[in-house]
Design a binder for this molecule. Structure first.
Ligand code: FAD
Length: 478
């Protein structure tokens, strides 16, 4: 329970900034803004503010600046690293963007869309599809996460290998700065080589530099053809070789290449007991190709799979014969993520290494868990085409949650060490948040720290933007 209190005068000033509908202070009303999707983190806040316009965001930022109150911008709360949840303090103001949720414009000839930051990703994808366009950012949380949250966390997902991360898909941002000033960074231009590209500072900044209120993204033609196959392989080495061949032999038309260790399938069954992988093999791959009309995509993929089978790279392969069958393949990939959440607390990572180092990462990490933490269950799956592996570890069934969390921190540290030892990153796509701030900061070189500190101090001199997220805390920040 929050021990901090806001006076009636301050609450009344806040109500003046966002209106009665935009302020929630009772614990029951605030509860949904204080817990994350996975149930891993619960936080507290002084108050939840839900502005309904960009002007209201400016007004509340000015007010919080005058009062010296720290602010946490919050999107759909699907981030998995305690970035939008103040799990360690409680003396902050949560600013939810959920009421800023309109699509502002689709410019068909420019292949761009502008939306309020609080627009849910699925809403944007559906609006594009209805007009025969594609917005390719695709992730399991797309029904809840917001485009502003995607920008702030530089989201990745299953189509990164073809279209890049949010950073590659965003053309412009509109941001309310810490002092309440509005920066309109919209231009619709694909080429604009005039000075610093300021939007890139805010992309991936996790709410520590300003509140994103609007996002402009690139669109693509909706693919006319999509082919999906579910493959069985003998090893992770074979999967890396297969990916290399597939990029070349399928004319670089791969839109997803997801790797799934067979031990993950049991988790998908927790969501649907009838779910079964279409192949039986230790390593499984979900591959998707997409293109416009005029290409025999089915023939291309079928020919590639036959060749890979003849060369001994594949144990088994099933090419989806219908959209329903393709969806059933994806249900396995999505089900295993939900199944883990259902299983409760577990070690969750999103490591990244060079694609060529994926087998070493999985081998080293599996050996570490088996030797040092017997009884824990290691799982490996992820966006292999981007070198991004979710190496997650489930506690033994009987272990109390508190004990599991303590041991889980040790396992996480060991896994980070293995990834960094291979020249990799502790965060491929989920970001740093509060849960990894210390590891992030301690891994930076002095020059890197100085540049981060200079940027933070320039844009947020009072340190009020999402304190404790990304950078360990104001006390340790230079
Ligand atoms: C089932 C599931 C699958 C997922 N799959 C993927 C995946 O494949 N790839 C991937 O990258 N991520 C994935 N994620 C993580 C998550 O969905 C993404 O990071 C998403 O982009 C977060 O968006 P959000 O709106 O929920 O942001 P939140 O969780 O609300 O916030 C995330 C961070 O952004 C900041 N923020 C939010 N909105 C704003 C704003 N308007 N202005 C400034 N700062 C803001 C917050 O302060 C916080 O630091 C997954 C999560 C789940 C639950």
């Amino acid at each position: 329970m929050n021990v901090h209190r806001l006076s009636p005068e301050i609450l009344s000033a806040m109500e003046g900034a966002v209106g009665q509908i935009g302020i929630t202070v009772e614990p029951a009303g605030m509860a949904k803004y204080l817990g994350d999707w996975a149930g891993d983190y619960r936080g507290d806040a002084l108050v939840v503010l839900r502005p309904g316009s960009v002007g209201e965001v400016q007004a509340l930022m000015r007010l919080c600046g005058e009062l010296g109150l720290g602010v946490i911008p919050q999107g759909g709360n699907t981030g998995l690293v305690s970035g939008a949840i103040d799990s360690k303090g409680g003396g902050l103001v949560v600013v939810s963007l959920e009421r800023l949720n309109s699509i502002r414009q689709i410019d068909k000839d420019n292949f761009t869309l502008r939306a309020d930051a609080g627009c849910v990703l699925q809403t944007i994808k559906d609006a594009c599809e209805a007009q025969d366009y594609l917005f390719p950012l695709a992730l399991g949380a797309q029904g809840s996460c917001q485009i502003g949250g995607n920008a702030a966390s530089n989201a990745g997902g299953v189509n990164v290998l073809r279209h890049g991360m949010a950073r590659d898909l965003i053309l412009g941002l509109e941001v309310v700065l810490a002092n309440g000033e509005l920066w309109n960074g919209f231009s619709g231009l694909r080429k604009n080589n005039s000075g610093y590209d300021l939007k890139q500072l805010f992309i991936g900044s996790e709410g520590t530099l300003g509140v994103i209120t609007g996002v402009e993204v690139k669109l693509f033609p909706k693919p006319a053809r999509v082919e999906t196959a579910y493959l069985g392989l003998a090893s992770f080495e074979a999967a890396v070789t297969l990916f290399n061949r597939a990029r070349r032999d399928c004319s670089d038309l791969i839109s997803a290449f997801e790797i799934i260790g067979s031990e993950c399938i049991e988790l998908a069954r927790l969501i649907d007991p009838g779910m079964a992988a279409p192949v039986s093999a230790p390593v499984q791959v979900l591959v998707e190709l997409s293109s416009g009309p005029g290409i025999d995509l089915n023939g291309l993929l079928a020919g590639f799979l036959t060749d890979a089978m003849e060369k001994g790279l594949l144990i088994d392969a099933v090419l989806a014969a219908s959209n329903a069958q393709a969806r059933s393949f994806w249900a396995i990939r999505e089900g295993l993520v939900e199944g883990q959440a259902k299983r409760g607390y577990h070690v969750r990572t999103d490591l990244s290494v060079r694609i060529s180092d994926i087998p070493a990462l999985i081998e080293n990490a599996s050996r570490f868990v088996a030797n040092d933490h017997p009884g824990w269950i290691a799982l490996a799956y992820g966006h292999a085409g981007d070198g991004n592996i979710h190496f997650n570890v489930l506690p033994p069934m009987h272990l109390a949650v508190a004990d599991a969390r303590t041991r889980g921190s040790e396992i996480t540290a060991g896994l980070y060490e293995i990834a960094v030892g291979l020249g990799g990153s502790i965060s491929a796509e989920h970001g740093i948040g509060r849960s990894r701030a210390r590891e992030f900061w301690s891994g930076l070189s002095p020059a890197h720290r100085r540049m981060v500190a200079a940027l933070k101090n320039a844009l947020d001199p009072k340190g009020l933007m999402n304190p404790g997220c990304l950078l360990p805390s104001t006390e340790t920040f230079p």
